[in-house]
Every structure is written in C-alpha cells, then in structure tokens.
Design a protein around this ligand. Structure first.
Ligand code: MG
Length: 439
C-alpha cells in the first residue's frame, strides 16, 4: 500500500525560539551564537568576538543574505542592523519536547530526526483527521496555539521519508508541499543532487566523476556498477531517484534504549570553591535525573568526572543501593565521588552519568515512605515544568551556586565554555500559555 509520510522541519529554529521568547526580537534580523562568542578574545560587552560565527539566523536575517556558519563580522557587513543573541540550549530542548508531543497526537509512528525535525507515518491515522493536508494544517495550528506564533515549520508530504524531506525543503518558511508520486521525477529534475538528504558534497563529486550529474542519470545508471562505486547506499539512493522510497519511520520508542545518560558542564571560570563546584554538580544531577524520568528509565550506577584547569581528568563511579532517577540520590553519591578532587587544582568541567539503566516499570517500586514521597515530588515538579518551562520550579540550592563573574568583576580569561553561564537562573519565558499566544 502507498504510504503517507510527513516531514516537519522547524524554520530557523533557534532564532525563532529566541524571537518567541523575546518580543523585542520579533521581525528583526538576529543571529544566534554560542556563549563563547562573548568570551573569546576581542569581544567587548554585548559584542561578540571577531572569531565567532553565526550558529543560526532568523528568517529576516536569511532574507538579507546571512547564512549559518558565516563569521559574525561578515554577517554584520551584509546586514548592519543584525542583532546578536546568545544561545539558550535549554530553551530549544524544551520547545522540542513541546512540538514532539504535538506531532504525536497525529500518529504513534513518529521518528525524531534531529532537534528540529521529525517524520510522521500517518498512513493509517490521516483518515481520522480529514487527510494528510488537514493533519499538516492542524500541526501548524497547534504549534501557533501552544508554542507561539513565531515558531513556524515547513511540512513536506510524500510516500517516503527522503521525498517528504525534500518536499519540506521546497517552500520555506511556513511551507506545506505535497509531493505526489507522479510528480517525483519532475521535481527531482529541478533540484541539484545535493538537495537530497543523503547526498553530501563529496558523494555528489564522486557521482560527477562517474558521469552522474542529475537524478535522471542516477535513476538510469546500471545498478551493479553503482553498487561497486557507492555500495548499498548507492543502490538506495538510486531507488529514491526512481521514486521508490521505502525506508520505514522508526518510532523513537523502538530505538534501542541507551546504555547511559550523561551531562557535562564547563564552568564559567575555573574554581576551587567546593560550594560553586557542588552547585554545578547539583544542576547536572537534576538534568540527568530529569532525562531519565522523561525516558522512563532508572539507573543503578553513577559516575562523576572532573576536568581540571590543566586539562587533567579524574573520574570515579559507584554502584547505588537501588535503581533511581532521583536527583538528590544521584547528588549524594556524586558528591562523595568528586569531593576528593575539589580544593587544590581549579576545576574546569564536571560530568555526571547514570549507568546500568533499566525501564522504571520493570524495577520494584520504592518500599520506603520517604522514597515514595520523593518520587511524587519529582512527578509534580516535572508536571509543572512541562507546562510552564524547564526549571521554572527548581531546588533552592540552584538559586545560589555560581556567580556569573569572577570576584574582580571581570571574566576569567581562560574560560571558553559551551553554555550560557547564567544557565541555572534562566527560565524560558516563551508563550506556552495559550492566552498569551492567541492575543
Ligand atoms: Mg530547520
């Protein structure tokens, strides 16, 4: 039977989420960069270093010619009114959770392709919503209501994943393109080989070398010779060029479970202060525990690692008394594990990982009243944060911990970090609330 696959791709994702969170940025050309941009040599307050690059550009910035991975100074030359924004990874992660939950309403067969893309096999479910186009329109409407007006998506509909992905690329932003089987050849004739997901520039160059420059040539190439040159992948690509796109949508709950769940964090400045280091450790334990709970997993072993200012690494692990996904239990164990490392050599980075995972349902429920009430508290806090934004409710200890700057008010010079240093204090603040979004 012919399948119906939807590919949903969020438009200018990180930049749109920033615009959703901050109304002052809406409709403006903005460039999102890593937090390191404000700390690298040559940066001044509010102005990124000349070494920084654009990690994501808003739709308005793209219209002016700003591209992803373009050096910031170059982007600023093309578009002088460009506004620089520091990224907020937690925000993007949280919004991703929200839109995935929306997609799931329309089919249990959902494959998460990346942080801002997913496939939905709606072959059997579209009939309940009035057809494939109606599903796509409902997804767009749900996004507007529940995430906000500024986070938009392009949707492609086709009989296979790769073709649906190609269709979603055809119209941006806010596109909705149906690619019928009968139109596949005609559409492929109009686009370069590299527009197909799976044909990178080096593959296209290899194909050119053997005389394939168009999809028609790829479709007509002798299959045996193609297999010799490009392996099985070549044969798969040829099938797609012939409109035969059969790869299944692999639902995320069918993906083999992970063996471990871990997080790492580079401190805004190297520190020997146990209070500061342990503040970060608590936050990492919260993140690991939350991810475990989201996945319905519990773990029986925990490890904690420290990278020092001199790049040396120390690591310890411990088997826990019982399976857990509670942050406090993780923290108690991790604190013991890393305390011997803190105090002498400045700490640069911390890691926390939960190992020996099992599905929560397969593990015996906690017997102790205290443990049970901890679990209820976790569930309640998760529910509030699911609704209003990650870390809206958090432990009081997370209000303290790291100050954003060193004692003398200046940033320490040797602290390139991978995340926003005010991370434990931020809240997303975008319009989840329908009343706000639908003014
Ligand atoms: Mg995208």
């Amino acid at each position: 039977m012919n399948r119906t696959i939807l590919h949903v791709d969020m438009n200018s994702y990180f930049a749109s989420v920033e615009q959703q969170a901050n109304p002052l940025l809406r409709g403006k050309a903005i460039a999102v960069s890593g937090p390191g941009a404000l700390r690298l040599p040559g940066s001044t307050p509010g102005n990124p270093s000349p070494r920084s690059v654009v990690a994501a550009a808003s739709i308005e910035a793209k219209a002016r010619g700003v591209k992803t991975a373009m050096p910031y100074f170059m982007a600023k030359q093309i578009c002088p009114e460009l506004i620089f924004v520091v990224c907020h990874p937690e925000r993007y992660h949280d919004v991703t959770q929200r839109f995935l939950r929306i997609f799931e309403r329309y089919s249990p067969l959902m494959e998460i392709f990346s942080m801002d893309e997913a496939f939905l096999d709606i072959t059997d479910t579209q009939q309940y919503f009035g057809g494939a186009v109606a599903v796509a329109q409902r997804i767009k409407a749900d996004l507007r209501c529940e995430v906000g007006n500024w986070v938009r998506c392009s949707i492609g509909i086709a009989s296979g994943k790769i073709l649906a992905k190609l269709a979603s690329e055809l119209k941006k932003p806010d596109g909705l393109v149906v690619l019928q089987d009968k139109d596949v050849a005609q559409t492929l004739a109009k686009v370069p080989l590299t527009d197909l997901c799976g044909i990178a520039h080096h593959t296209a160059a290899h194909m050119r070398a053997v005389g394939i420059t168009t999809f028609a040539e790829l479709a007509a190439y002798p299959t045996g010779a193609l297999k010799k040159e490009f392996g099985v992948r070549g044969v798969e690509l040829q099938a797609i060029a012939r409109g035969q796109d059969y790869a299944p949508v692999v639902p995320y709950n069918k993906v083999p479970p992970r063996k471990s769940i871990g997080h790492a964090y580079t401190l805004p400045f190297n520190s020997t202060d146990p209070k500061k280091v342990l503040g970060v450790l608590m936050r990492l334990c919260e993140q690991v525990a939350r991810r475990a709970r989201d996945d319905g997993m519990v773990g029986e072993q925990v490890s904690a690692g420290v990278r020092f200012g001199n790049m040396r690494f120390a690591y310890n692990h411990e088997r826990l008394d019982s399976f857990t996904n509670n942050a406090r239990v993780l923290y108690r164990a991790c604190e013991k594990l890393i305390l011997p490392f803190i105090g002498k050599t400045p700490v640069r980075l911390l890691t926390v990982t939960l190992h020996r995972l099992a599905f929560g349902k397969q593990v015996q429920l906690p017997l102790w009243v205290g443990e049970r009430s901890q679990r209820q508290l976790d569930t309640a806090v998760d529910e509030v944060n699911d609704r209003y934004g990650e870390f809206i409710v958090r432990r009081a200890s997370l209000h303290h911990g790291l100050e954003p700057r060193a004692k003398d008010g200046r940033r320490s010079p040797e602290v390139p970090t991978s995340r926003d240093e005010g991370w434990h204090k931020q809240s997303p603040g975008y319009a989840m609330n329908k009343r706000i979004a639908l003014k």
